[in-house]
Design a protein around this ligand. Structure first.
Ligand SMILES: [Zn+2]
Length: 271
């Protein structure tokens, strides 16, 4: 597997996305932000959480052949143990992250997707296989209207977005809500996971929602066109297209969104 990746923070903020790869594995996490003025009970922060869980997963996937689901459950437990004596892990705002894991063996590709980052598999058919867990979007749709009606970046918008994020916390890691990596290892069992023969896959893209907004929110490209951009211009080319679109709509009047700019990460694997 040949992997290239790029990751870019939203301007002026810490990058809460995390990406890592070896010739056999690729990992992407997107930390769920704590909006300014919001409490989390954790002194480490969201960027620390996604970086620490991500590097823990890379180490385990490199050293062991256990299932990706079990590896993720163990990783969530390990990272919780690193800060349960210093932080209030029962706080509803405790840091969390989406997770994509990909492992390539000689004949099979194992994958896992938890929460709203997207895995795109180019299997040589007219439409690529697009795997994402859209439970958060479904729950969020009930609350989005207030945020979307306001100008991006205005004080009212920032306050409404904070209220949205804090409201969503009550649906996190609960039946009927949505599941992310945080402190409960049972979240791993809620991930989408599968295996596909490596020979069927031409390429795979791991994308955070800051990168997929070009396709699923702005509708400026199809999934296949996104693969073509990754093929020709690489992951940084795709992120460049995202930033161009965001800059063209700074107030969110064309594309209402919680964050004017978001951390954007893309990994592109060829087989
Ligand atoms: Zn902490």
């Amino acid at each position: 597997m040949r992997v290239g990746f790029a990751t870019e923070a939203a301007p002026g903020r810490d990058n809460e996305d995390y990406a890592a790869a070896t010739p056999d594995i690729a990992v992407l996490l997107d930390g769920a932000g704590t909006p300014p003025g919001s409490e989390s009970g954790c002194t480490h922060g969201v960027a620390w959480y996604s970086r620490t869980l991500g590097s823990t997963l890379v180490a385990s996937m490199t050293q062991s052949a256990e299932s990706l689901t079990d590896t993720l459950a163990d990783g969530i437990k390990t990272v919780a143990s690193l800060h349960d004596s210093t932080c209030d892990l029962a706080h509803p705002g405790t840091p969390s992250a989406t997770v994509i894991m990909l492992r390539c063996t000689s004949d099979a590709l194992d994958w896992l997707v938890l929460a709203d980052s997207t895995l795109v598999l180019d299997i040589g058919e007219p439409e690529p296989m697009v795997i994402t867990d859209d439970r958060e979007a479904h729950v969020g749709a009930r609350y989005r209207a207030t945020v979307d009606a306001l100008d991006s970046g205005s004080p009212e918008h920032i306050a409404a977005h904070r209220a949205y994020v804090e409201g969503m916390r009550h649906h996190r890691n609960r039946d009927g809500g949505f599941w992310v990596a945080a402190i409960d290892p049972l979240a791993a069992e809620q991930a989408l996971a599968g295996t596909i023969p490596t020979s069927r896959v031409r390429a795979a893209a791991l994308l955070s929602d800051g990168a997929t907004r070009l396709i699923d929110r702005f509708e400026l490209a199809t999934w296949q066109q996104a693969i073509n951009i990754l093929d020709r211009q690489g992951p940084s080319g795709l992120i460049h297209e995202v930033r161009k679109a965001e800059q063209s709509d700074p107030n969110g009047s064309r594309w209402p969104r919680g964050k004017t700019f978001d951390d954007a990460t893309a990994l592109y694997c060829r087989f």
